[in-house]
Design a protein around this ligand. Structure first.
Ligand code: NCD
Length: 298
């Protein structure tokens, strides 16, 4: 694996290896050192948790980290991202973590690079967010290892969610028993990679083992006049009441950041079934596994 761009490029064996390494790091807290590597965080979209997660992952592996302040970087002076990457690569950066609003941009950047330089997709537009999907899988496997027997529900704006996209590919690849994508009509996906779509929350939650809430992306809502928040809450919010339809030991997940009282209630987000903070913790170990596999295999 020379770049980490999307789940579609991974084999089940590679996913298995990444899980195994991530669990090893989590359980042993023994981290190898790769001080000859430097990681650059290139976040052209706002992010706190994903950027910091990659930064901590790199630092645990004894790498150097540079964070570009992209509001003051050369892109505002008209430099294209490819030139930024080439310049930093010439200075010795070997790993580029890229988040950008444009679908497919990390892939485009990766094409022009030599094989000693690696690109990691940290979320591109509405396309993919593969490291999030893998840390979600790690969290699921940790709690419920038998994927083939699981019913998983993803609830919310499936259509615009790069997380839901990557999760569909990953759950398909790893043979998850059943995936239900719950979404109001206007947010249902045009293309479904795996699972079936419903507008009924009960259809998704009934007997579910894993419930994944998605953020209501308020930054998008300005454009959509038809959206009625109260209506959404009434039909799709993850509340204590709604979750009673699921299995009693169902786990509640969310990639964050959460909108408390919109797509998920605080009593649920902070309750005993929630694994939202476990996801954040696992993210660091999974990203360590991803970085390591890029620099140790070709
Ligand atoms: C997600 C993202 O940016 O795609 N968040 C994340 O990476 N933690 C989901 C979101 O923004 O709602």
């Amino acid at each position: 694996m020379n770049h980490f761009l999307s789940i579609a490029e991974l084999s089940p064996q590679q996913v298995g290896h990444l899980l195994q390494r991530a669990f090893f790091f989590k359980q042993s807290l023994q981290f190898p050192s790769y001080p000859q590597h430097t990681l650059a965080n290139l976040f052209y979209e706002n992010s706190t948790r994903t950027r910091i997660s990659f930064e901590l992952a790199a630092k645990h592996l004894a790498m150097q980290v540079v964070n570009l302040d992209l509001s003051t970087s050369s892109e505002t002076k008209g430099e294209v991202i490819e030139d930024t990457v080439q310049t930093l690569a010439a200075m010795g950066v070997t790993l580029f973590v890229i988040r950008h609003a444009q679908d497919g941009l990390p892939q485009l950047v990766a094409q022009g690079l030599n094989e000693a330089v690696h690109v990691i997709n940290a979320g591109d537009g509405q396309h993919a967010h593969p490291s999030q999907a893998l840390l979600d899988l790690m969290t699921i496997v940790e709690k419920k290892p038998n994927l083939a027997t699981l019913k998983i529900a993803i609830v919310g704006d499936i259509r615009h969610s790069r997380v839901a996209n990557s999760l569909q590919f990953l759950f398909k690849l790893m043979h998850v028993g059943e995936l239900v994508l719950v979404s109001p009509k206007q947010w249902q996906p045009e293309t479904v990679h795996f699972g079936h779509v419903t507008a009924e929350l009960s259809e998704g939650l009934q007997g579910a083992d894993v419930i994944i809430g998605l953020r209501v992306q308020k930054e998008r809502l300005a454009e959509s006049e038809q959206f009625d928040l109260a209506h959404y809450r009434g039909r799709y919010a993850l509340t204590q009441d709604a979750v009673r339809m699921a299995k009693p030991d169902a786990i509640i997940m969310h990639p964050g950041p959460i909108n408390r009282g919109i797509e998920i209630d605080s009593e649920l987000a902070d309750g005993p079934q929630s694994v939202i903070l476990t996801q954040a913790r696992n993210g660091v170990f999974m990203r360590m596994a991803i970085l390591e596999s890029l620099i140790t295999t070709s």
